[in-house]
Ligand binder design. Structure first.
Ligand SMILES: Cc1ncc(COP(=O)(O)O)c(C=O)c1O
Length: 440
């Protein structure tokens, strides 16, 4: 019987005759030997598979739709190019993401989020020709209006609305649509602001409304509830002032299984339920169907990624379970420390071996919280074995750090049977970048 953990690995994962985990037939241990560990390996076939699942869902929408990728999940120039080629736009949340993204994708296909954009950032965003700016708050709206007036440019905007709708995610820090959350305008604020923006003399072009109520959730109902509040607002604005909502974005946030016990979370029926909700709302309020824009991050990229680590020492004395140390953890994946996120793992070089003990997996950093996995059944792990952690594609490297002077890992993309390094492992010299020592 095959190991249920395998269902969490990328779709092109197999085990060869030597018991090695392979992606697109390439043994992960060979990649670890060639590029060193910690190493992040992405199966591009899995990314395309996830994109296709979203597109299948959107196919039931009779008007225009656009899939964008929430680049905060993970971004580099190679990924931006692949997404551009697949026709996706980018959801960006900082000037840095715009800067990286525009090396591969066109800035016109980006919409820019963030709850504290600066005037200097706006200047550069205009030079980069970012397609749409998502207004998060009234201060920003005032600044943006003044900015557009000064530049004599009509700037396309959406309003990000905080609908005060709760949703269950894996951690309170990933709930973004309740009144307590730092994001978005209240419905009342949005209504009054919209009236100013749709006035003929307004230098801003209010094209649509946006809502994103959380990340890594597994239920569609609260999203539909949040959407209903936005459609109510759109209907009011249409009735009172003839404003037509041309674009509508219900955000991202669909979860992924991280653990063999997690239920599978098919994307297509979730997207179909969003489509149904938009169509019902439009029919109910007699609104024209807007262009429907989705912005998933995790569910597109997390299942494509595997993190590889080399096993080092073992401890058992005084421990509730045996503990193995690996050469990465908190610095490349802060999610377990930040959100108590749970992972599983296999040995990439001994994938057929029986799992004979349950261990705790810890990283090398000077923090007791540097525990990558609290408990995972594994074969008796030896120093030099390669630990493969699936579902590592999202919110690891984009949240990574140089803690303890660690070097950010290399990244490999496997596409059409070929492995290509798209990011080098940082070198020691990189740690000195930007530092000035006037005291030497
Ligand atoms: C505005 C916005 N859209 C989309 C996303 C993507 O979320 P996820 O990666 O869970 O799909 C996020 C992340 O929380 C976000 O803040």
């Amino acid at each position: 019987m095959s190991n249920p953990k395998l269902t969490l690995f990328p779709i092109s994962t197999t085990i060869n005759m030597k018991g090695q985990l392979c992606v697109q037939k390439l043994p992960l241990t060979d990649l670890a030997a060639q590029f060193g560990t910690p190493l992040y390996v992405y199966d591009i076939a899995t990314l395309h598979h996830q994109i296709a699942a979203y597109r299948d869902g959107l196919a039931s929408y009779p008007a225009a739709s656009q899939l964008t990728y929430a680049s905060k999940a993970f971004l580099n120039t190679a990924l931006a190019s692949l997404l551009d080629q697949a026709g996706l736009g980018l959801d960006v949340a900082s000037l840095g993401e715009i800067f990286i993204g525009k090396e591969g994708d066109t800035a016109a296909k980006m919409h820019w989020h963030g709850n504290n954009k600066s005037r200097a950032d706006l200047d550069l965003a205009l030079i980069f020709e970012v397609g749409c700016i998502v207004i998060d708050n009234l201060t920003e709206a005032a600044m943006l209006r003044q900015f557009a007036q000064e530049k004599g440019k009509k700037i396309k905007v959406w309003l990000r609305i905080n609908p005060d709708v709760a949703i269950t995610t894996h951690h309170q820090y990933t709930v973004t649509g309740t009144a307590e959350s730092k994001f978005g305008l209240t419905l009342d604020e949005a209504h009054d602001l919209a009236l100013q923006l749709i006035a003929p003399e307004s230098p801003l072009d209010l094209a649509g409304l946006h809502v994103h109520i959380g990340s890594h959730f597994m239920e569609a109902e609260p999203v539909a509830q949040a959407m209903a509040r936005l459609f109510e607002l759109a209907a009011q604005l249409q009735q009172s002032h003839g404003w037509v909502m041309r674009e509508f974005c219900p955000g991202g946030g669909w979860g992924v299984p991280y653990h063999p016990d997690d239920a599978p979370m098919p994307i297509t029926p979730f997207v179909q339920s969003l489509v149904q909700a938009v169509m019902q709302q439009c029919a109910h309020h007699q609104l024209t169907l807007p262009t429907l824009i989705l912005e998933p991050g995790r569910s597109l990229i997390a299942p494509a990624g595997i993190a590889l680590y080399t096993v080092g020492g073992r401890k058992t004395a005084g421990k509730s379970r045996p503990q193995i140390s690996i050469d990465g953890g908190l610095a490349d994946n802060p999610r377990p420390a930040l959100y108590q996120a749970k992972y599983t793992a296999m040995l990439a070089n001994r994938a057929h071996d029986a799992e004979s003990e349950t261990v705790r997996v810890v990283g090398p950093y000077c923090e007791s919280g540097d525990i990558l996995i609290q408990e995972v059944p594994l074969p008796l792990a030896e120093p030099g074995d390669i630990l493969a952690v699936p579902v590592s594609g999202a919110y690891h490297l984009s949240m990574s750090s140089n803690y303890n002077g660690s070097l950010r890992p290399a990244v490999i993309f496997i596409k059409d049977g070929e492995a290509k390094r798209v990011q080098y492992r940082q070198r020691l010299e990189d740690l000195l970048e930007g530092q000035v020592n006037p005291y030497r």
